[in-house]
Design a protein around this ligand. Sequence first.
Ligand code: AHR
Length: 604
Amino acid sequence: LSLTLGEPTGVTLDPDLWGIFLEDINWSLDGGLNAELLRNGDFEFTHADRPGWGPLTAWQHTGEVEIRTEDPVHPHNGTYVRLTGPVTLTNEGFDAIRVEAGARYRFSAFTWRVQGVGEAALAIVDAAGEPLAQATLATPEGGWHEASLDLVAERGGLGRLRVTVPRGLTLELDALSLRPCGSDGEPLTFRQDLVDTLRALEPSFVRFPGGCVAHGLGLGNLYHWKQTVGPREERVPSFNTWGYHQSRQIGYLEYFELCELLGATPMPIVAAGVSCQNLRGRAACIPMEDMPAYVQDILDLVEFANGGPDTRWGARRAELGHPEPFGLRWLGLGNEDEITRDFEVRYAMVAEALASQHPEVTVIGTAGPQPFGPDFERGWEFAREQRVAVVDEHAYRTPRWFHQNLDRYDDYDREGPAVYFGEYAARTNSVRSALAEAAFMITMERNGDIVRLASYAPLLARLGTTQWVPDLIYFDADDVLPSASYHVQRMFSVERGEAVVDVALEGETHVPVPPRPAGNVRLAAPGARVRVDDASIDGAPVAPVEVGESEVELGAIGADGVVELTATRVEGSEGMIVRLGGTGTDDFLQVDLGSWQNKTTVVH
Ligand code: AHR
């Protein structure tokens, strides 16, 4: 095979093309990038985070521990504990606390001596209860006092943090924290090996905080940036869309600082005044009378990022320790939202305010929910009406889909909005998927005049606590395990091109690519059927592996490879997906179940 480079096609690549998308899913932040070693250190876990969770989740105790809410450290951190000695209270951390011999750990907490005498002891103890590191915790009288001290590990090992209160002493505790210290002796904000792994990607931008986390499950769960800055005890913790708890210790300032550490430009995604499309039929949007305040919050966010010390929010940023602006240029408005009238009106309000007051920021619109369907078409139509500069579209599809869509952007209207392929991954986690993504990334480069930005998703996943597969970088308490897709992302990002040139190939260039499907197949009601022709993959028969909330019955696979599926239960009005996985292979067909009436369609 010989390859000859020809003339430039005239297409140049946006220097921002390859970025990353950091969402708090799969315990990416608490238990991940957040260097905090204690879990539920502020006793704010609740049943709303996950049924069965509460203030003492991740804690064990002996003796009398009272959960209290009167006169807390701050109303946003309303729950704390009163310990009446003799008592021990032990935090298990995230799968225990890894301690290195000689290393320094910064402990901090709010505490006060309610009555009695004596000192509380603090220790990181091993499984036998023997200390790896220890200190005495001073507890002054007269109200909440912020304690801070360093523990230096005498031995390394797996530990837990234990507070021991002697008989005769009663004290209250809240907002406990334990962080490893860096080489400068200061506590780390981010877990270093994960930061190094992200830095090696050389991302141009960091999209955050979502995804679904940005617009949340219902208005109460919408991500308000102002609730996530300032002292930890003033931040508002919340349940996480993905079924756990957000301490918000990594809040907007830390996200911006992470961008700075990575040399990447920040790309916050804010809700367009509506909450997650997953609340279909239970639409939740900010009442119109509250929209001016919400719009102002977003303008304030831009000022927080870019404003000088003479502006209110620029001054606040300086007060929080970062006088230099962060140079915000991109801001996403909405995420996979249903393109309803409610959405459109609110989107337009925010977009207009940003355009008139912050022309330095380019607003990215949303193409609506993925997979591509009616909302997606309407999303693009709306974006054109609004003259949106860039539209965020997403695709979590099979490797086959990526190969079948290598011409996807060839016909996109060059006069219309550009594309941000903001979330994508070939499912599942395999070299085959990584290769499909690589092929598609070449397509994006080739169409660099219309595809300006792209980011794989999700980025991080703590092993054993994932809600989504595949992910780019797995980790546990000790190790970081980048996927095959990570190496593809890294190759494209580090070896960045600037312009596209024609390429001529000579020799055996044929790579068998599965034919394009006849179209999406949607089944609306029980009894609806679909016939799938190519029911074997690499010679292995397919079997349903994931059916969402809907259920299908798989008929026998004929000798000709044809199989019939019958919907037995269909949840939701459209867009349910049935995936057929090949036994022993990592490929699968994908069939959408949706609102088309009892249609029988052939998929090749
Ligand atoms: O990346 C995981 C989720 O996929 C995102 O939160 C959401 O935008 C998409 O549906």
